[in-house]
Design a protein around this ligand. Structure first.
Ligand code: NCD
Ligand code: ZN
Ligand code: ZN
Length: 484
């Protein structure tokens, strides 16, 4: 038998189900064997992981890498370097670039730009008012998921009408791809922001005043109704408030395939941090009052929020520090600090290691069609592994971030317990001994070919626009054929 390519010995494996001391052998891109310490025989190369915890590489379904159009903030090389350094082995990248990823041509162009990716990636296609006729083409072109901006944010993409959303959901539901939602209702925010601006208000907390939790409650409720009606799978991005959990829970209880994510800033920051951080804390949706944090943590523990993601949103330090809050950049880089921050939360007793694997890898893989290749440590799965020293402590230093043009984070100076030591993507080191592996540039691959997203049982097909207008289904059959 061929010897294994790499043997990882002496470490402690963490999966969504448990923690155990075990060795891992890697053959090519996949895990070839898992066994009791010292039982797996020889390999071409050995990594001594004594004292380290080995987790499935994190899957961050929410990053913005800015190329094309805003590469002065970030690009694929720097953005995926940051991922590799943070133990993140798969990213899903957002379509609010210039031009947005709204057509098959724009998607093909983004695939070209992503050729420098160091870790695996999925590309989001946009669902907007004016590109409903492009959705099938985006799927054929390799979009891994869709993004719908229900509210304005970086890129100023207008929110589609509820009518366009409904038809978009109908079309995408036939293919099973998940639709991720920026769930803030545009008209409420625009109304409030205009009044606040008229009154001359432009302080960091005025941004929160323009976006109270009702904007998220209303959007989640509306999106859940459309998902329930069409059978579309949906995902609520960056859950910031305890209040939007009610419509989310109600929809989940009715059987709607609706998942939710939150981000470290909503779990770890609150209104008490605005004075200290100024416009650096600006993010859409905003960081809220302290009581929301407890509600979000409870929702992680009871499974309502199944995913943690970063909303990695790089802006230059100058863009972030604009004293006019309406002009300051919204969001901050996060993909490099996600796992250290979450492991620190484990050390503080907020959740268990297994729960962290569930929300950072196992659940994202299942929700976005990457299981069983990713999100688990199992024979045959991709050798996407993140090795951490849970006893080591470090201070987050924005000057050391690999998002080279966006070295600014509200977590600058925070002491965390849990340091990323090595990252492997499909069997290759992309970070080794806390150092980026330069040769990892270009190693990343699109995940869309792995996806198995069988369409859910179609609902209300008779009332869908394509049926009423007599257009055929994407699979070439008409509803009449299917009934026959
Ligand atoms: C994101 C960005 O800058 O692209 N900003 C943010 O404040 N979250 C956009 C978004 O996710 O809404
Ligand atoms: Zn958003
Ligand atoms: Zn985002």
């Amino acid at each position: 038998m061929e010897p294994f390519d790499l043997l990882i010995t002496g470490g402690t494996i963490v999966t969504h189900e448990g923690v155990a001391k075990a060795d891992i052998a890697i053959s090519g891109e996949t895990i070839g064997a898992i066994g009791a310490p010292g039982t797996l025989g020889a390999a071409k190369e050995t990594l001594d992981a004594t004292g380290l915890h080995i987790m499935p590489g994190a899957i961050d379904v929410h990053v913005h890498y800015r190329d094309p159009g805003m590469a002065h903030k970030e690009d694929w090389d720097t953005g995926t370097a940051a991922a590799a350094m943070g133990g993140v082995t798969t990213v899903f990248e957002m379509p609010n670039t210039f031009p947005p990823t709204a057509t098959p041509a724009a998607l093909a162009d983004k695939f070209e730009r992503a050729k420098t990716a160091r870790v695996d990636f999925g590309l989001y296609g946009l669902l907007a008012e004016d590109n409903i006729d492009q959705l099938e083409g985006l799927i054929a072109g390799g979009a891994a998921a869709f993004k719908c901006f229900m509210g304005n944010t970086t890129g100023n993409l207008p929110s589609p009408s509820t009518g366009a959303m409904l038809e978009g959901f109908e079309i995408i539901a036939r293919h099973g791809h998940r639709i991720s939602l920026h769930a803030e209702t545009a008209s409420i925010m625009a109304w409030r922001q205009a009044k606040l601006m008229e009154a001359g208000k432009n302080a960091p907390l005025d941004h929160l005043a323009a976006r109270p939790a009702i904007v998220a409650i209303e959007a989640v409720q509306r999106a859940a109704s459309l998902a329930e009606w069409t059978g579309a799978r949906v995902h609520v991005l960056h859950i910031s408030s305890a209040d939007e959990l009610r419509p989310l829970r109600e929809a989940q209880a009715r059987g709607v395939d609706i998942t939710g994510e939150t981000c470290p800033c909503y779990l770890m920051l609150d209104t008490d941090d605005y004075a200290r951080l100024g416009p650096v804390i600006k993010v859409n949706p905003p960081v809220r009052e302290p009581h929301h944090k407890a509600g979000l943590w409870a929702a992680i523990l009871d499974g309502t929020i199944g995913l943690v993601a970063t909303d990695h949103a790089p802006h230059t330090p100058e863009e972030k520090r604009n004293p006019d809050i309406w002009e300051a950049g919204a969001g901050f880089p996060g993909v490099e600090t996600l796992m250290p921050l979450m492991l620190n939360a484990v050390a503080e007793g907020c959740l268990s290691l297994e729960q962290l694997v569930r929300i950072s890898a196992y659940n994202p893989a299942r929700a976005f069609g990457l299981a069983p290749f990713k999100g688990r440590i199992a024979v045959g799965s991709h050798a996407d592994l993140a090795l951490f020293d849970l006893a080591a402590e470090t201070t987050i230093d924005q000057a050391k971030l690999h998002s080279l043009r966006a070295r600014i984070t509200p977590f600058h100076g925070k002491r965390v317990k849990g340091v990323a030591m090595h990252t492997l993507s499909r069997g290759q080191f992309v970070m080794k001994n806390k150092t980026l592996v330069e040769a990892s540039r270009g190693h990343g691959r699109s995940v869309h070919r792995l996806q198995s997203m069988p369409a859910p049982k179609p609902l209300r097909v008779e009332q869908s626009l394509s049926h009423l207008l007599g257009s055929s289904r994407a699979d070439g059959t008409t509803l009449a054929d299917r009934k026959a």
